[in-house]
Design a protein around this ligand. Structure first.
Ligand code: NAD
Length: 481
């Protein structure tokens, strides 16, 4: 496989490739080498205008709505097929602009194709209801698309996160303007290419890269969008919601997390250690649902920490293209932030078991796998999202105490339970305030299972059948004979 990526990428608007309206570009940097690898057209407010206008024209033309639903599904199957043809290139760009490992880059393509296929299959299964009103009436509901769906995607998993929203929008008859992340935009351009090759109607899917404060803000405050799907941080999410409130636009909000797993004393410690290690160090912890807090019964605390440390030490930290299994953080700013939060943990009295700082021998933005013990629930490292490879371990004595620690943050994205006692697992799962609870395996679930947040982690659900309901509005039709 070649290690070079295409040097210049254009935005995809109205079925065609386009430079940024003002001709400027964004430089994309490889976080593993801290060097530029490509340029992309910088989408500005004017480009967002053009993209929204194209999406509006396409929606109003009924090019998608008048297709039979299973034909919209067929389109997504075609996109999936073309994405498969681009798999090697996608895996490479995921390594180069995103810091993923090659294996993770390939897995992203496979996952994305699953999303496209799954929603293709559901295209003709979103059924309305017939409501009995007596002999003189016929009453039924329709699931109608909102119109132009504005979608904002973060840098950590742009392809699957973007594609799953695009697929839901298209199979329900909406059109899309997607703002790709400025740090790692390349794989979504390849999704655009797959849409183009698949014959998705011009204007149905528009993908524009630009800065959040510029193209992102222009998109979410655009007067002609009808729906917003935002995935990103809580702070940005709040500003998106303020823009949406101005025009009363429905939003799906997928925000951050500080997800904790409770380990009861009867847990299988070998499996728990493997699951917890993957849960925090996969993609260097840059996953919204990373298992960043481990709440461990005091009787098994030392043994479990020892096991996780041993597994973490086996991880090779370095560029994905070199076959390493833990890549860099996305940029210098993020590395500085994670390091600073680690220093705060030490100042507040937590015990650093391993890591705690950048990997100085490497040029890129590599953070050492890090574990803290002796963490109190009120410490900053127990409350703030690192979005990095940092695990904080908190001991507990009773299930009630474990629950109070687990639920004691502003977030409510994911949570976990490790135990052999299914009654206790269910008792705990029901009391955890989180959109998804993983029992005995972090990330148990998949494309088929609804995913989303509680509390400040957001609302609305992506993934699974439930996601489709976030892309349609119910219309009731009552007929008097
Ligand atoms: P971010 O909020 O900084 O950026 C997310 C996106 O919003 C980017 O495309 C950015 O350009 C855009 N943006 C920035 N300012 C904007 C504005 N004013 N208006 C509109 N758009 C704007 O987040 P990030 O650093 O890219 O991603 C990390 C965060 O995303 C973490 O908090 C993580 O937990 C969260 N995340 C959540 C999920 C989920 O499904 N819940 C998935 C992945 C990431």
């Amino acid at each position: 496989m070649t290690e070079t990526v295409r040097p210049y990428w254009q935005n995809y608007i109205d079925g065609a490739w386009a430079d940024g309206g003002d001709g400027t570009r964004i430089t994309v940097t490889d976080p593993a080498l801290d060097e530029p690898i490509a340029e992309v057209a910088r989408g500005t407010a004017a480009d967002i205008d053009r993209a929204v206008a194209a999406a509006r024209r396409c929606f109003d033309s009924r090019a998608l709505r008048d297709l039979r639903p299973h034909r919209r599904g067929d389109l997504m199957l075609e996109v999936s097929r073309h994405l498969g043809d681009l798999a090697d290139e996608i895996a490479l760009v995921e390594c180069r602009d995103n810091g993923k490992t090659l294996a993770a880059g390939r897995a992203e393509v496979a996952l994305t194709r699953r999303y496209l296929q799954y929603y293709a299959g559901l295209a003709d299964k979103l059924e309305g209801r017939q409501i009995p009103l007596g002999a003189d009436y016929l009453d039924y509901t329709l699931h109608e698309p909102y119109g132009v769906s504005a979608q904002i995607v973060p840098w950590n998993g742009p392809l699957p996160v973007g594609a799953r929203s695009v697929a839901c929008a298209i199979v329900t008859g909406n059109t899309v303007v997607l703002k790709s992340p400025e740090d790692s935009p390349l794989s979504l351009f390849l999704l655009a290419e797959a849409c183009h090759r698949a014959g998705v109607p011009a204007g149905a899917v528009n993908i524009v890269c630009g800065y959040g404060y510029e193209a992102g803000a222009a998109l979410v405050s655009h007067p002609d969008i009808d729906h917003i799907v935002f995935t990103g941080s809580v702070e940005t999410g709040k500003s998106v919601l303020r823009a949406a409130a101005e025009r009363v636009i429905p939003c799906v909000m997928e925000l951050g997390g500080k997800s904790g797993a409770i380990v009861y004393p009867d847990a299988d410690l070998e499996r728990t250690a493997a699951s917890a290690t993957r849960g925090i160090f996969h993609h260097s912890g840059q996953i919204c649902s990373a298992g960043s807090r481990l709440i461990v019964h005091r009787s098994v605390h030392d043994e479990l920490v020892g096991r996780i440390k041993a597994l973490a030490e086996q991880r090779s930290v370095g560029p994905g293209v070199e076959g390493c299994d833990m890549g860099p953080l996305i940029n210098a700013r993020q590395l500085d932030r994670v390091e600073a939060l680690c220093r705060a943990g030490i100042e507040e009295g937590a015990t650093l078991v391993m890591g705690g700082a950048r990997v100085a021998q490497r040029r890129g933005h590599f953070m050492a796998p890090t574990i803290f013990t002796g963490v109190r629930p009120d410490m900053r490292i127990a409350q703030k999202e690192f979005f990095g490879p940092v695990l904080v371990v908190l001991p507990f004595d009773t299930p009630e105490e474990a629950l109070s620690i687990a639920n004691g943050t502003d977030y409510g994205l994911a949570a976990g339970v490790y135990t052999r006692d299914l009654r206790l697992a269910h008792w705990t799962a029901e009391r955890l305030v989180a959109g998804q609870v993983y029992v005995n395996e972090w990330w148990a679930g998949g494309v088929e299972t609804p995913f989303g947040g509680m509390k400040r982690s957001g609302y609305g659900r992506e993934k699974g059948q439930e996601a489709l309901l976030g892309y349609v509005q119910t219309k009731n039709v009552g007929i008097r004979f």
